[in-house]
Design a protein around this ligand. Structure first.
Ligand code: DGL
Length: 270
């Protein structure tokens, strides 16, 4: 009985933490494709191939349900995976929909027609691939009308976070926020559309100002997963959980993860 959590690297740990807090009894297996991060500058075929390889590894560990805790993979590969590749007895879920459901004031899984919502001006911060996919705008259009989205591709930010260079990461956040504000001076809400970015949430909030609602995905994904598992208990696989897998250098990745989460995390080779 385990659920798999997939990311290109360390960012999905923000989702892993929130899920572990929300569902402490649920065994989890984490897979970080650190050897190939960042995904945000790769082409969609490449992202599809790498994401399928990671998901298959999690299936091998008995995780029939896998969360793509990566917006870039969710934007670039998820639909193709679901339509052409995922067998009927497995599930792969993304991280966009819970975020958009929260932003548009919906219950989890409410697929009723789009309607007017309170928020009108939304800033989206995401990787270049996620921004150019327009997946966020597409999912939003299914649920809300009259929402203006201004998207900022945050080039370089995932690399800086993966390298643990937080001084560079902070400078990049501030310059990406400034660039966005030149086009949308007063967003009401800002979406951190990359699972690495919650590691910089304080800097985003400070640069945007206290009156901007900053949405980050971790707790939203954890709540919606809890709801999904209540409705689909049969999707819990046979795996034991408790492992962290990486395609990168396990020692180095463990050191960075421990630094980010401020508790000991030990990765092993995938
Ligand atoms: N954490 C990923 C996301 O949510 C990763 C991005 C990347 O590897 O570029 O988009």
């Amino acid at each position: 009985m385990a659920v798999g959590i997939f990311d290109s690297g360390l960012g999905g740990l923000t989702i892993h933490e929130a899920v572990a807090r929300r569902l402490p009894e649920l065994p989890l297996v984490y897979y970080g494709d650190n050897a190939h991060a960042p995904y945000g500058v790769r082409d969609t075929d490449d992202i599809f191939r790498l994401t399928c390889a990671g998901v298959e590894r999690l299936w091998d560990d008995g995780c029939d349900l896998v969360i793509l805790a990566c917006n870039t993979a969710s934007a670039a590969a998820l639909r193709r995976m679901q339509e052409t590749w995922v067998p009927g007895d497995k599930r792969v879920l993304g991280v966009f929909v819970p975020l958009i459901e929260a932003l548009t004031e919906r219950q989890w899984g409410d697929n009723s027609p789009p309607r007017e919502v309170g928020v009108k001006h939304v800033a989206l911060f995401a990787t270049p691939t996620t921004v150019s996919s327009r997946a966020f705008q597409r999912e939003l259009a299914f649920r809300a009308i009259g929402v203006d989205v201004e998207a900022q591709p945050c080039g370089g930010l995932v690399d800086a976070i993966e390298d643990g260079d937080m001084i560079l990461a902070e400078a990049l956040v501030r310059s990406h926020v400034e660039a966005l504000q030149r086009r949308m001076p007063r967003p009401e809400a800002a979406v951190l559309g990359c699972t690495h970015y919650p590691l910089m949430a304080d800097v985003f909030q400070d640069a945007l100002g206290a009156d901007v609602d900053v949405y980050s995905q971790a707790n939203l994904v954890a709540d919606s997963l809890s709801d999904y598992i209540d409705r689909h208990p049969d999707m819990l696989g046979t795996g034991a959980g408790g492992t962290f897998l990486t395609t990168g250098d396990a020692e180095r990745v463990s050191r960075k993860a421990t630094q980010f989460l401020r508790r000991k995390i030990t990765f092993q080779a995938a």
